[in-house]
Design a protein around this ligand. Structure first.
Ligand code: IPE
Ligand code: IPE
Ligand code: MG
Length: 251
Protein backbone atom coordinates (compact mmCIF):
# COMPACT_ATOMS: atom_id res chain seq x y z
CA UNK A 1 0.00 0.00 0.00
CA UNK A 2 3.08 2.25 0.19
CA UNK A 3 2.54 3.70 -3.28
CA UNK A 4 -0.90 5.04 -2.49
CA UNK A 5 -1.10 8.77 -3.12
CA UNK A 6 -0.52 10.86 0.01
CA UNK A 7 -3.94 12.25 -0.41
CA UNK A 8 -5.55 8.84 -0.67
CA UNK A 9 -6.59 8.79 2.96
CA UNK A 10 -8.14 12.21 2.43
CA UNK A 11 -10.23 11.09 -0.57
CA UNK A 12 -13.79 11.76 0.51
CA UNK A 13 -15.61 8.51 -0.15
CA UNK A 14 -18.78 10.28 -1.37
CA UNK A 15 -16.81 12.33 -3.88
CA UNK A 16 -15.14 9.24 -5.30
CA UNK A 17 -16.40 7.65 -8.48
CA UNK A 18 -18.03 4.25 -8.09
CA UNK A 19 -17.56 3.34 -11.73
CA UNK A 20 -14.68 4.36 -14.00
CA UNK A 21 -14.60 3.56 -17.71
CA UNK A 22 -11.33 3.84 -19.61
CA UNK A 23 -10.58 4.25 -23.30
CA UNK A 24 -7.02 2.94 -23.25
CA UNK A 25 -5.81 4.74 -26.34
CA UNK A 26 -2.41 5.51 -27.86
CA UNK A 27 -0.74 2.09 -27.59
CA UNK A 28 0.22 1.76 -31.24
CA UNK A 29 1.48 5.33 -31.53
CA UNK A 30 3.54 4.94 -28.37
CA UNK A 31 5.15 1.78 -29.78
CA UNK A 32 6.14 3.68 -32.94
CA UNK A 33 7.41 6.65 -30.89
CA UNK A 34 9.73 4.21 -29.12
CA UNK A 35 11.17 3.37 -32.55
CA UNK A 36 9.53 0.00 -32.18
CA UNK A 37 6.26 -1.47 -33.47
CA UNK A 38 2.55 -0.92 -32.76
CA UNK A 39 2.56 -4.44 -31.31
CA UNK A 40 5.28 -3.39 -28.85
CA UNK A 41 2.96 -0.59 -27.72
CA UNK A 42 0.01 -2.94 -27.30
CA UNK A 43 2.11 -5.27 -25.14
CA UNK A 44 3.26 -2.35 -22.99
CA UNK A 45 -0.36 -1.25 -22.65
CA UNK A 46 -1.17 -4.52 -20.96
CA UNK A 47 1.28 -3.62 -18.16
CA UNK A 48 -0.69 -0.40 -17.56
CA UNK A 49 -3.90 -2.43 -17.40
CA UNK A 50 -2.49 -4.44 -14.49
CA UNK A 51 -1.40 -1.27 -12.64
CA UNK A 52 -4.78 0.38 -13.04
CA UNK A 53 -6.62 -2.72 -11.80
CA UNK A 54 -4.40 -2.83 -8.70
CA UNK A 55 -5.00 0.88 -8.11
CA UNK A 56 -8.75 0.37 -8.48
CA UNK A 57 -8.67 -2.23 -5.71
CA UNK A 58 -6.68 0.13 -3.49
CA UNK A 59 -9.21 2.96 -3.79
CA UNK A 60 -12.05 0.46 -3.38
CA UNK A 61 -13.67 1.24 -6.69
CA UNK A 62 -16.88 -0.70 -7.40
CA UNK A 63 -16.51 -1.04 -11.17
CA UNK A 64 -13.76 -0.58 -13.74
CA UNK A 65 -14.73 -0.92 -17.39
CA UNK A 66 -11.86 -1.15 -19.88
CA UNK A 67 -12.25 -0.70 -23.62
CA UNK A 68 -10.02 -3.41 -25.08
CA UNK A 69 -11.41 -3.85 -28.62
CA UNK A 70 -14.19 -2.03 -30.42
CA UNK A 71 -16.64 -3.31 -33.01
CA UNK A 72 -14.76 -1.04 -35.45
CA UNK A 73 -11.30 -2.40 -34.60
CA UNK A 74 -11.88 -5.53 -36.78
CA UNK A 75 -11.06 -3.33 -39.77
CA UNK A 76 -7.43 -2.95 -38.66
CA UNK A 77 -4.68 -4.96 -40.40
CA UNK A 78 -5.35 -8.66 -39.83
CA UNK A 79 -1.96 -9.14 -38.18
CA UNK A 80 -2.78 -6.57 -35.51
CA UNK A 81 -6.29 -7.96 -34.92
CA UNK A 82 -4.83 -11.46 -34.50
CA UNK A 83 -2.21 -10.17 -32.09
CA UNK A 84 -4.77 -8.34 -29.93
CA UNK A 85 -7.01 -11.42 -29.74
CA UNK A 86 -4.03 -13.58 -28.78
CA UNK A 87 -2.96 -11.04 -26.15
CA UNK A 88 -6.45 -11.00 -24.64
CA UNK A 89 -6.65 -14.78 -24.54
CA UNK A 90 -3.22 -15.06 -22.91
CA UNK A 91 -4.13 -12.37 -20.39
CA UNK A 92 -7.26 -14.27 -19.38
CA UNK A 93 -5.26 -17.49 -19.04
CA UNK A 94 -2.46 -15.86 -17.04
CA UNK A 95 -4.46 -13.57 -14.79
CA UNK A 96 -7.46 -15.63 -13.72
CA UNK A 97 -5.82 -16.98 -10.54
CA UNK A 98 -4.78 -13.45 -9.54
CA UNK A 99 -8.31 -12.20 -10.16
CA UNK A 100 -9.68 -14.81 -7.80
CA UNK A 101 -7.14 -14.14 -5.06
CA UNK A 102 -7.77 -10.38 -5.37
CA UNK A 103 -11.54 -10.84 -5.22
CA UNK A 104 -12.09 -9.45 -8.75
CA UNK A 105 -15.19 -10.39 -10.71
CA UNK A 106 -14.67 -10.44 -14.46
CA UNK A 107 -17.42 -9.66 -16.93
CA UNK A 108 -16.79 -9.46 -20.66
CA UNK A 109 -19.15 -7.13 -22.50
CA UNK A 110 -19.52 -7.17 -26.27
CA UNK A 111 -20.64 -9.55 -28.98
CA UNK A 112 -18.80 -12.76 -28.10
CA UNK A 113 -20.15 -14.72 -31.06
CA UNK A 114 -17.32 -13.51 -33.31
CA UNK A 115 -14.55 -14.84 -31.03
CA UNK A 116 -12.78 -18.17 -31.55
CA UNK A 117 -14.24 -21.17 -29.72
CA UNK A 118 -11.19 -21.23 -27.43
CA UNK A 119 -11.65 -17.59 -26.53
CA UNK A 120 -15.39 -18.02 -25.89
CA UNK A 121 -14.68 -20.99 -23.64
CA UNK A 122 -11.96 -19.16 -21.73
CA UNK A 123 -14.18 -16.14 -21.13
CA UNK A 124 -16.98 -18.33 -19.83
CA UNK A 125 -14.57 -20.19 -17.57
CA UNK A 126 -13.05 -17.05 -15.99
CA UNK A 127 -16.47 -15.41 -15.60
CA UNK A 128 -17.70 -18.49 -13.77
CA UNK A 129 -14.57 -18.79 -11.62
CA UNK A 130 -14.82 -15.18 -10.46
CA UNK A 131 -18.57 -14.68 -10.29
CA UNK A 132 -18.66 -14.82 -6.49
CA UNK A 133 -15.94 -12.13 -6.14
CA UNK A 134 -16.97 -8.86 -4.54
CA UNK A 135 -13.85 -6.65 -4.38
CA UNK A 136 -14.11 -5.11 -7.85
CA UNK A 137 -16.28 -5.53 -10.93
CA UNK A 138 -13.78 -5.67 -13.77
CA UNK A 139 -15.58 -5.30 -17.08
CA UNK A 140 -13.62 -5.93 -20.26
CA UNK A 141 -15.22 -4.52 -23.40
CA UNK A 142 -14.20 -6.71 -26.33
CA UNK A 143 -15.94 -6.47 -29.70
CA UNK A 144 -18.03 -3.89 -27.91
CA UNK A 145 -19.82 -0.87 -29.29
CA UNK A 146 -22.17 1.49 -27.48
CA UNK A 147 -24.58 1.41 -30.43
CA UNK A 148 -24.47 -2.39 -30.53
CA UNK A 149 -25.32 -2.46 -26.82
CA UNK A 150 -28.35 -0.16 -27.25
CA UNK A 151 -29.49 -2.06 -30.34
CA UNK A 152 -29.31 -5.42 -28.54
CA UNK A 153 -31.32 -4.05 -25.61
CA UNK A 154 -33.92 -2.61 -28.02
CA UNK A 155 -34.20 -5.96 -29.83
CA UNK A 156 -34.67 -7.79 -26.52
CA UNK A 157 -37.34 -5.30 -25.51
CA UNK A 158 -39.14 -5.87 -28.81
CA UNK A 159 -38.96 -9.66 -28.35
CA UNK A 160 -40.36 -9.35 -24.83
CA UNK A 161 -43.19 -7.17 -26.11
CA UNK A 162 -44.03 -9.69 -28.85
CA UNK A 163 -44.16 -12.43 -26.24
CA UNK A 164 -46.40 -10.23 -24.08
CA UNK A 165 -43.85 -10.19 -21.27
CA UNK A 166 -43.96 -6.40 -21.30
CA UNK A 167 -46.53 -3.78 -22.34
CA UNK A 168 -44.83 -1.47 -24.81
CA UNK A 169 -47.10 1.45 -23.91
CA UNK A 170 -45.71 1.47 -20.38
CA UNK A 171 -42.04 1.04 -21.28
CA UNK A 172 -39.70 3.33 -19.35
CA UNK A 173 -35.98 4.10 -19.47
CA UNK A 174 -35.39 1.51 -16.79
CA UNK A 175 -36.83 -1.26 -18.97
CA UNK A 176 -34.24 -0.58 -21.66
CA UNK A 177 -31.51 -0.10 -19.05
CA UNK A 178 -32.29 -3.50 -17.56
CA UNK A 179 -31.48 -5.09 -20.94
CA UNK A 180 -28.17 -3.29 -21.43
CA UNK A 181 -24.67 -4.48 -20.50
CA UNK A 182 -23.71 -3.63 -16.91
CA UNK A 183 -27.34 -3.01 -15.95
CA UNK A 184 -26.75 -4.17 -12.41
CA UNK A 185 -23.72 -1.92 -11.88
CA UNK A 186 -23.58 1.80 -11.05
CA UNK A 187 -23.65 4.15 -14.05
CA UNK A 188 -20.25 5.37 -15.26
CA UNK A 189 -19.19 8.36 -13.12
CA UNK A 190 -15.84 9.05 -14.71
CA UNK A 191 -14.62 8.30 -18.22
CA UNK A 192 -10.89 8.53 -18.87
CA UNK A 193 -9.35 8.65 -22.34
CA UNK A 194 -5.62 8.76 -22.91
CA UNK A 195 -3.47 9.87 -25.88
CA UNK A 196 -4.87 13.37 -26.35
CA UNK A 197 -7.94 12.29 -28.33
CA UNK A 198 -11.20 13.96 -27.37
CA UNK A 199 -13.91 11.55 -28.39
CA UNK A 200 -15.97 8.65 -27.06
CA UNK A 201 -15.46 6.31 -30.04
CA UNK A 202 -18.72 4.40 -29.52
CA UNK A 203 -17.87 3.28 -25.98
CA UNK A 204 -20.47 3.04 -23.17
CA UNK A 205 -22.84 5.64 -24.69
CA UNK A 206 -25.85 4.82 -22.54
CA UNK A 207 -24.07 4.06 -19.27
CA UNK A 208 -21.89 7.19 -19.43
CA UNK A 209 -24.73 9.63 -20.16
CA UNK A 210 -23.75 11.71 -17.11
CA UNK A 211 -20.10 10.76 -16.75
CA UNK A 212 -17.42 13.35 -16.10
CA UNK A 213 -14.92 13.21 -18.96
CA UNK A 214 -11.19 13.22 -18.25
CA UNK A 215 -8.64 13.44 -21.02
CA UNK A 216 -4.93 12.79 -20.62
CA UNK A 217 -2.28 13.59 -23.22
CA UNK A 218 -0.25 10.57 -22.14
CA UNK A 219 -0.38 7.43 -24.23
CA UNK A 220 -1.81 4.42 -22.40
CA UNK A 221 1.55 2.59 -21.90
CA UNK A 222 2.95 5.65 -20.08
CA UNK A 223 -0.15 6.29 -17.94
CA UNK A 224 0.84 5.51 -14.34
CA UNK A 225 -0.89 4.59 -11.12
CA UNK A 226 -0.37 8.20 -9.97
CA UNK A 227 -2.00 9.49 -13.17
CA UNK A 228 -5.01 7.31 -12.40
CA UNK A 229 -5.22 8.77 -8.89
CA UNK A 230 -4.89 12.27 -10.37
CA UNK A 231 -7.98 11.59 -12.51
CA UNK A 232 -9.90 10.48 -9.42
CA UNK A 233 -8.80 13.60 -7.54
CA UNK A 234 -9.90 15.76 -10.46
CA UNK A 235 -13.28 13.99 -10.37
CA UNK A 236 -13.70 14.90 -6.70
CA UNK A 237 -13.40 18.60 -7.61
CA UNK A 238 -16.25 18.49 -10.13
CA UNK A 239 -19.72 19.67 -9.26
CA UNK A 240 -22.14 17.18 -10.78
CA UNK A 241 -25.41 18.95 -11.41
CA UNK A 242 -27.53 16.42 -13.31
CA UNK A 243 -29.54 19.24 -14.85
CA UNK A 244 -30.05 21.23 -11.65
CA UNK A 245 -28.53 24.63 -10.87
CA UNK A 246 -25.32 24.95 -8.88
CA UNK A 247 -27.27 26.67 -6.08
CA UNK A 248 -29.65 23.73 -5.81
CA UNK A 249 -26.73 21.35 -5.45
CA UNK A 250 -25.03 23.44 -2.76
CA UNK A 251 -28.19 23.69 -0.68
C1 IPE B 1 -6.11 1.25 -28.29
O1 IPE B 1 -4.83 1.69 -28.71
C2 IPE B 1 -6.14 -0.26 -28.15
C3 IPE B 1 -6.91 -0.95 -29.17
C4 IPE B 1 -7.68 -0.41 -30.05
C5 IPE B 1 -6.80 -2.39 -29.15
P1 IPE B 1 -4.56 1.90 -30.24
O2 IPE B 1 -4.15 0.62 -30.86
O3 IPE B 1 -5.77 2.54 -30.83
O4 IPE B 1 -3.36 2.91 -30.28
P2 IPE B 1 -3.24 4.14 -31.31
O5 IPE B 1 -4.40 5.05 -31.01
O6 IPE B 1 -3.30 3.58 -32.68
O7 IPE B 1 -1.93 4.76 -30.97
C1 IPE C 1 -11.09 3.05 -29.11
O1 IPE C 1 -9.85 3.42 -29.63
C2 IPE C 1 -11.12 1.58 -28.86
C3 IPE C 1 -10.22 1.09 -27.82
C4 IPE C 1 -9.50 1.80 -27.01
C5 IPE C 1 -10.22 -0.33 -27.69
P1 IPE C 1 -9.63 3.60 -31.20
O2 IPE C 1 -8.21 3.96 -31.38
O3 IPE C 1 -10.13 2.42 -31.93
O4 IPE C 1 -10.59 4.84 -31.52
P2 IPE C 1 -10.52 5.88 -32.73
O5 IPE C 1 -10.52 5.07 -33.99
O6 IPE C 1 -9.26 6.66 -32.58
O7 IPE C 1 -11.73 6.73 -32.57
MG1 MG D 1 -6.35 4.48 -31.05
Amino acid sequence: MSDLPNSHSSFVKEAQPKHIAVIMDGNGRWGIEQKNSRIHGLKAGFETVKKVITASRKVELDSLTLFAFSTENWSRPQKEVDFIMKLLLKALEKESAKMMSNDIKLTVIGDKSRFSRVMQKKIQEVEELTQHCKGLNLNLAINYGGRWDILEAAKQLARDALENKIDIAGVEENDLNARMSLAEQAPVDLMIRTSGEYRISNFVLWQAAYAELYFSDLCWPEFSEQDFYAAIEWFSTRQRRFGLTGEQIVS
